[in-house]
Design a protein around this ligand. Structure first.
Ligand code: SF4
Ligand code: SF4
Length: 407
């Protein structure tokens, strides 16, 4: 197949049930289904080329959701490629199994090609796009600089107001930063993050969901299960991913789970503390064995071990299988998660000492930087991936009803 076949802007062909159909009439008046094809970027054209080869081979059909989704298509337009790229979990199984991988002349390297497209989608769908582009280029530097800047700003404000050790030994955080001030600061950043994420995923869904039937409960439940269990990090056989070599490991799945559920527990700790404050009038500090402190401690440990493991794996990952341009984003997000847990646990340990106000300002600055950058880093990619899993679950059922079979 010639690459020009893939890049032709618009032409007539046999449509797949998953295409967005448009009807045109030729000179004789007969109807033909025309698929408008948006010109592909170089990375997208490379995924389309490799998918044509894989579609003829299909050796990796049982590895993950990408290959069954690929098999439902005859050609790969921009929306198909973006969808498949975000469905790929970069587990590496297909690269290590592939008889057409480099040095073969077909040069099939699906994880790398998908990673290159994913990086483009992060900027393309980001809101505002300029922030997405900045984070893509300088994710690590931007994350650390933002966290440091916000922490210093809060410390300066504190020093000017009452000094860095005032009210220190009472372990009362709200004597340092009033609760309403914290709620206003974090509420603003949180709403911005939710808005930016919402716009990004809406843009993504609008592009990739064309031709997909509406969401059903079984499809939504299956997609949620696959997202929450990270099913496709099991390599398709349950033994896990390939990281630096042919050996399988479940380490990436485990570290992702520790990170994700650690993050959720920390979020739950904040939610319970807010409930205590507003609904019951119970003011912090809470005892070590109280619900918010226990949730925060267990979550903080998960958020320490998980990101530390992900950083270690990121350093070891075979560069041939990934897009190395993605590293600043990956490491920026992991660094902020690590700094959040380290500063949070340090704050808990030293909350009744003169170091508390400085530790509190540092922790708050880091958490604000984390929330402000959520829409541009790996967190956004988790949201896009969940949307892609939902489309996959819908398509699977749609394929069955059309008698096309399924995985
Ligand atoms: S990755 Fe290689 S082995 Fe797997 S389906 Fe594609 S061409 Fe075949
Ligand atoms: S790298 Fe893993 S998740 Fe991605 S296409 Fe290959 S087998 Fe599927």
């Amino acid at each position: 197949m010639q690459q020009s076949d893939v890049l032709t802007p618009e032409r007539t062909r046999t449509a797949s049930p998953f295409d967005t159909p448009k009807t045109k009439h030729d000179a004789s008046g007969s109807a033909a289904r025309v698929i408008p094809i948006v010109p592909l970027s170089h990375s997208e054209a490379e995924v389309a080329r490799q998918m044509q080869i894989c579609n003829a081979c299909r050796y990796c059909e049982g590895f993950c959701a990408v290959f069954p989704a690929m098999a439902r298509r005859l050609e790969f337009g921009k929306a198909d490629v973006n969808y498949l790229a975000n469905l790929c979990h970069n587990c590496g199984a297909c690269y290590h199994a592939c008889q057409y991988a480099p040095p073969h002349e077909f040069a099939v390297n699906v994880p790398k090609a998908m990673a290159q497209v994913r990086l483009e989608t992060y900027t393309e769908y980001a809101f505002p796009a300029a922030l997405g582009a900045l984070y893509k280029r300088n994710g690590l530097t931007l994350s650390v600089a933002l966290a440091t800047g916000l922490a210093l700003f809060l410390m300066l404000g504190l020093a000017l107001r009452s000094g860095l050790s005032a009210h220190a030994t009472s372990a009362n955080f709200y004597a340092i930063f009033p609760h309403n001030l914290l709620a206003a600061m974090f509420g603003t950043v949180f709403l911005f993050a939710m808005l930016a994420l919402g716009v990004g995923v809406t843009r993504f869904w609008r592009d990739v969901a064309a031709g997909t039937s509406s969401v059903s409960m079984p499809a939504a439940a299956e997609a949620a299960k696959h997202a929450l269990t990270l099913k496709y990090l099991d390599g398709g056989h349950g033994d896990g991913c390939n990281e630096s070599d042919d050996a399988f490991t479940l380490a990436r799945r485990r570290f992702h789970h520790l990170t994700f559920y650690g993050f959720l527990l920390c979020f739950a700790a904040t939610a319970v503390a807010t409930l205590y404050h507003y609904a019951f009038g119970w003011e912090a500090p809470y005892p070590y064995l109280s619900v918010p402190v226990l949730l925060g401690t267990v979550g903080g440990i998960g958020l320490l071990v998980g990101p530390a493991g992900l950083w270690w794996l990121n350093l070891r990952r075979d560069p041939e299988r990934t897009d190395v341009r993605q590293r600043p984003m990956d490491r920026g997000f992991i660094a902020l998660l690590l700094l959040t847990s380290v500063s949070g646990l340090a704050l808990l340990a030293f909350r009744a000492t003169p170091a508390m106000p400085s530790l509190l300002a540092t922790h708050l600055g880091i958490v604000m930087a984390l929330f402000a950058t959520l829409p541009y880093g790996k967190f956004a990619h988790g949201i896009f991936r969940s949307a892609a899993l939902l489309k996959s679950s819908i398509e699977k059922r749609q394929g069955r009803s059309l008698g096309l079979g399924s995985e």
